[in-house]
Design a binder for this molecule. Structure first.
Ligand code: PLP
Length: 374
């Protein structure tokens, strides 16, 4: 049996009529950039997010740095985030001209460890950027408390956790803005690149809308800006998919529970931690090899058995030789949990369109693997 890592085509086939009809509507409207479909999606997405404003843009990375710029964060400023995240989190901070201050993650959730934040705060700190890694929210109440104490902005990197929630809070409730990505492999994916900011902050709404379109408030009038737009065909795709995202995330939860039950008793790797009361949307189902020396061999075992296992992310930000060190980033304290995560992580196939047979096949191969590596 072969089990892929993504279900893009299956998902398209499941709602092909709705997506095709939406795309057709755009094509026949003759307005393909910031046209009616973009406006429609903007409204739908703000409503879905429970925020006053949504600002669709070119991709998730742009959503992050456009937000930082709109908050006036740049040269000489520091933004605190965790070292174990997708590269774009730190990249966005650097693009905005600020310095990424990388700290350790919580050993269980893998999200930023709030207990490590205060030690990283300096006179230059302007913003905290928690990442809701793998589809589970960071501890926002603890983060918000620190932000209030030191008067810092909070920008949530929500590329991986659309429609997730905490036990007592929603995404966007305890921050100044939320950035998300619609690249195809994310839980809510378009057919290419896309992203959005959601916020209740009027300044973020107004300034990011200017920055994303050549700083142009009206025809022929410009200030400093860029080009970062969600085109209307991609808006048509995410608009159609938005109606299904909650049910799709529920289905991810069903597969995660099936993995977790089926993998009970495994000795060679740890299972992902699900925080009680949190709505986890399982962007990724990440197990951790107990012995880092076995990780790559375990991935090879799965791949040889037809299972498209991957790693997210086997090189932490501070381990990236290509990162602009010095001005671009620095680390604070031990990064032992982030380093363990990068050395041990293995992502099993996780998408709503998996079948029970495929999940059970992965489980059975994991047990075979366990005999070899326990
Ligand atoms: C995917 C991702 C991004 C960037 O999104 P793009 O749309 O690829 O620019 C940022 N942060 C995290 C955590 C991501 O997973």
């Amino acid at each position: 049996m072969k089990v892929g890592f993504y279900g893009h085509v299956r998902q398209y086939q499941n709602i092909q009529k709705e997506i095709d009809a939406n795309i057709q509507k755009v094509l026949m409207s003759g307005e393909y950039v910031h046209g009616p479909m973009n406006k429609q999606f903007e409204k739908e997405f703000a409503e879905f997010s429970g925020t006053k404003y949504a600002i669709p843009c070119g991709n998730g990375t742009d959503a992050l740095w456009l937000t930082l710029m709109a908050l006036g964060i740049g040269e000489g400023d520091e933004v605190i985030t965790n070292a174990n995240t997708f590269f774009a989190t730190a990249e966005a901070i650097w693009i905005a001209g600020a310095t990424a201050v990388l700290i350790d993650c919580d050993p269980l959730t893998k999200c930023i460890d709030p207990a490590k934040i205060e030690a990283a705060i300096t006179r230059k700190t302007r913003c905290l950027m928690p990442v809701h890694l793998y589809g589970q929210c960071a501890d926002m109440p603890a983060i918000k408390k620190i932000a209030d104490k030191y008067k810092l902005w909070v920008v949530e990197d929500n590329a991986q956790a659309i429609d997730a929630a905490g036990d007592t809070f929603k995404i966007g409730e305890l921050s100044d803005a939320v950035a998300t990505s619609f690249i195809i492999q994310k839980n809510l994916g378009c057919f290419g690149d896309g992203g959005a900011i959601v916020t209740n902050n009027e300044q973020v709404n107004r300034v990011t809308k200017l920055l994303r379109a050549h700083g142009s408030p009206a025809r022929n009038v410009h200030s400093f800006g860029f080009n970062s737009r969600l085109d209307d065909i991609q808006a048509a795709v995410v608009s159609a998919k938005l109606k299904h995202i909650h049910a799709w995330n529920d289905q991810r939860g069903v597969w995660a529970a099936r993995y977790t039950a089926g993998l009970k008793g495994i000795k060679s790797f740890d299972l992902p931690y699900h925080k009680p009361g949190y709505r986890h949307v399982w962007h990724l189902y990440v197990i951790e090899a107990k012995n880092p020396a076995n990780r790559d061999k375990m991935v090879d075992f799965l791949v040889k058995n037809g299972i498209d296992a991957k790693t997210h992310y086997s090189i932490a930000i501070h381990q990236q030789a290509g990162y602009p060190w010095g001005k671009g980033a620095r680390t604070v304290g031990s990064l032992a949990n982030a380093e363990k995560n990068s050395a041990c992580c293995i992502s099993l196939p996780m998408f709503p369109e998996l079948t029970a047979e495929e999940v059970d096949y992965v489980i059975s191969k994991c047990h075979e693997m366990d005999k070899q590596f326990a």
